[in-house]
Each structure stands twice: as C-alpha cells, then as structure tokens.
Design a protein around this ligand. Structure first.
Ligand code: HAM
Length: 417
C-alpha cells in the first residue's frame, strides 16, 4: 500500500464541511474589510523566498521544499503566502491601482518540519496583506480583521500579543545591544546561533535549542530600543485597538520567525490545543517590496494555519454547522419505480434540491438504511401504488410524519421546508 507522505493530511468527505465553514467565514470576514481574493502559484523561483523570507530564517535554511525542474531552474514550494503576493503585486504593476491594496488568500503551504500536533509539512493558510498605508490605522485594521474572524468562529480562549521590533534605524542600535549581550556566551551556543550572530542577531531570540534558550530569556528587548517614530507608531496602533475594543497584551518576547517584519508584530496565542501555542501571526513589513526590487511600499498582514485553527476550534467546542447533506433520497421499490426515481432526482436537482437515488440495486429496506446513514432530511418512497398514482410518499426523517406528494409538486414541497 502507498501511504500519504509524512506530515500531510487528507480532508475526507465527512470532515470537509468544517473546512468549508472556516473558509466561508474567512472569505466573508475579509470581504467585510474590502479585501479581495488573490491566487498565486504553489511554486515560485527559490530566490523569491530566500530574498523575501530571509536567508537566516529556519524556513529558508532548513524547511523549504526546493528542487530543480526539468529546465534546471531552482523551484520552491511556497512555505507561506506573503512573498508570492508581493511578487504578483510587483509583476502585475498593481502599484498603479488605488491604494491601499488589499488582498486575501486561502492556500496550501509547505515546510519540511518535524510533524506534530498542529505542525505539518503540507498545511493551509488564510492570510491577508495590505499595502500602501504606513499609519497605525492599517496595522489596527489587519489586527481587528483577525480578531473579528476568530470571534466570528466562536473562539473565546485566544489572546492577542503585540510587540514592536522597530525599523532599520532603531534595529541597528538593537543589534549592537544584542551582540554585546550574546558575545560572551557564543561558545556555549549552537552553530546556527553563531551564524545568526553575524548576519541577524535578532534571529537568535527565536532559537528553539534548549542550550540557547537560557541565554535568550534575558536578552535585550527590541521595544526598549525603538526610535521616536517607531514608538509613536506603536502607541498609535495601541490607541486604535483600545478604541476598537480589541483586547491585547504587549509581549516584548515576540520577534516572529521571518525576516521581513518591521515595527508592529503580533500573534494570537492559545493553550486550548496543547503543544502549538501560537495560533497565528503577522505584522508590518515595510521593507519587503523594495527588497524584491520594487518601489518601497509599506505593508502589513497576517497568516493563520487552518489545521491549527481547526484543532483549536475542536478543543474549544466551537460550533461548525454541517452543510452538504443531501436533502432528499428517492427510494424505489422495484425497477420501474427506480427508473422514475432516477428521473425525479434529476428534476429535483434542476430545481435546486439535492437528491440521491439507488445506484446499488438495493432492497427498499436497505435503501431506507442507506438514506438514514446519509443523513438525508427526506425520503421519498415510490412503490407500485405511488407509480400508478403519480405521487411519492415523503417521510420527514426529523419527525414521524409521512405525506403523499404529487411528483410535479415534489420540488416545491421539499424546497419550502
Ligand atoms: P508564520 O508565523 O510563519 O507567518 O505562519 C503563520 C501561521 O501559519 C502560523 O501561526 C501557523 O498557524 C501556520 N503554520 C506555520 N507553519 C505551519 C506548519 N508547519 N504546520 C501547520 N501550520 C503552520 C507567515 O507565514 C507569514 N506569511 C504571516 C504574514 C502574512 N505576515 C504578514 N503577512
């Protein structure tokens, strides 16, 4: 037997309504803020991610699915959605359109990680990106979108943590402070951190190595090194969130795992689903577009893993209304009745009522059992008498009543209920 690759998951028909529900709420919430969908390729040129996400990140150094295609090009399966959106924005000249640019996506993403609960190799993200607005209202709008999305899904045990990691101006002083702090401990720290020390000392704070964590816990915090503009921006974001009634706590330990962030960073965390505390993350990334060769343009966005979201929803017992069950099963007693049932099912579908009929040469009793398993709301039985009289005996599976309904009236009868 051939098994599914490690770290991937099938979404089976009995579960897919949960995904559809989350995706529907995602689309509706994004649309209510004026975000429209963008779709970009599953794979991009590797350079997009190494330049965009950052050479020193775990995502780029350890986790990318990279291969040479038959033309010898280095291709990478997208590890996240942000870089592809930026590439599409630049390549399609969208900077000439009305600003701010607002786009959301629901897409798969790929990271070669050690699989565990809420951490997969193929996962799915709902994300949104907003370009062109440099004021704190833009950060606050993206955060309120996320907050509203989680509330729309009925989540209660998630909390918002925000931080500011400054801009290149204040980052220089911060990097110096980090280097000074870490320098005496370098020999006791991992090889990766030694490389990070030279290239991007802030990445050290994100190290998962236990030996390094004891040093990172007391490292200088970016928030203490903000320049005047960054400090004012952060105060502005907090004021907008206060005004919108969005609860948050300032958490100076958030640095995020990707290199493109500037100023505001945020995460929604929860302990509802065990191991993976961070449900989602995002922030401002004013340097990414220019880093990819475009005119500088401020940007802010977020991304949430749908698998992680589903785990948290299940852990919290959040409602996920089931849709997609067939409305009417047409049971035929004999061959002639089954042929009529087949045609009636087509008529019902034309009228917008989902229906099924027997394809398995089952007895009436077995058809009734199947209809029950399907969860069909109605069963319309057609026997000899019904066929002769031009009606079906319709049983409401939620009650005990049965009614005779003319074939011609069946669609209307069922769609009214
Ligand atoms: P990220 O923090 O790397 O940010 O990922 C965002 C979310 O994707 C995570 O919080 C988690 O829910 C989910 N996720 C990440 N890796 C995995 C995995 N291996 N398995 C399951 N879920 C995972 C980004 O990706 C940024 N692009 C977010 C962003 C958009 N920032 C600005 N705009």
């Amino acid at each position: 037997m051939i098994n599914i690759p490690k770290g991937c998951k099938d979404v089976l028909p009995a579960q897919s309504y949960k995904w559809q529900y989350i995706e529907r709420v995602a689309r509706e919430t994004a649309a209510s803020y004026g975000f429209r969908e963008i779709r970009t390729p599953v794979f991009e040129h590797t350079e997009l991610f190494s330049r965009g996400v950052g050479e020193t990140t775990d995502v780029v150094t350890k986790e990318m699915y990279t291969f040479l295609d038959k033309g010898g090009r280095s291709i990478t399966l997208r590890p996240e959605g942000t870089a592809g959106v930026a590439r599409a924005f630049i390549e399609n000249g969208l900077a000439s359109e009305a600003m701010p640019f607002k786009a959301y996506y629901l897409c798969s993403a790929y990271r070669y990680e050690r699989p565990q609960a809420g951490r997969l190799r193929e996962f799915h993200q709902f994300g949104a990106e907003l370009y062109g607005a440099d004021g704190p209202a833009a950060d606050a709008e993206v955060i309120t979108l996320v907050d509203r999305f989680l509330k729309n899904l009925g989540l209660k045990k998630v909390s918002l943590h925000i931080n500011s990691i400054g801009c290149p101006t204040c980052r220089a002083a911060y990097h110096e402070a980090l280097k000074e702090y870490f320098r005496p401990h370098l020999s006791e720290m991992c090889e990766d951190c030694n490389a990070r020390f030279e290239k991007n000392p802030m990445r050290i704070i994100d190290c998962k190595n236990e030996g390094c964590k004891k040093f990172t816990a007391h490292a200088p915090r970016a928030i203490d090194y903000l320049c005047e503009d960054c400090r004012a921006h952060f105060e502005g974001v907090k004021a907008y969130l206060d005004g919108a009634g969005v609860d948050y706590s300032v958490d100076p330990s958030i640095v995020r795992g990707l290199d493109y962030y500037t100023r505001t960073v945020f995460e929604f965390v929860t302990d509802a689903a065990g191991a993976q505390g961070t449900l989602l993350g995002g922030g401002r990334y004013d340097g990414l577009l220019s880093q990819l060769g475009a005119k500088p343009l401020p940007a802010v966005g977020f991304g949430v893993g749908l698998e992680r979201l589903l785990m948290v929803m299940e852990a919290e017992g959040a409602p996920m209304p089931e849709t997609g069950r067939v409305v009417c099963y047409l049971a035929g007693m004999d061959e002639a009745a089954k042929r009529r049932a087949f045609l009636l099912a087509e008529e019902l579908r034309t009228a917008g009522v989902s229906s099924e009929c027997d394809l398995m040469q089952r007895s009436l009793k077995a058809q009734m059992k199947y209809a029950d398993k399907l969860g069909a709301r109605f069963v319309a039985v057609i026997g000899e008498e019904e066929l002769a009289g031009g009606f079906a005996t319709v049983k409401d599976m939620l009650g005990s009543s049965s009614e005779r309904v003319n074939f011609n009236d069946l669609a209307q009868y069922l769609s009214k209920r």
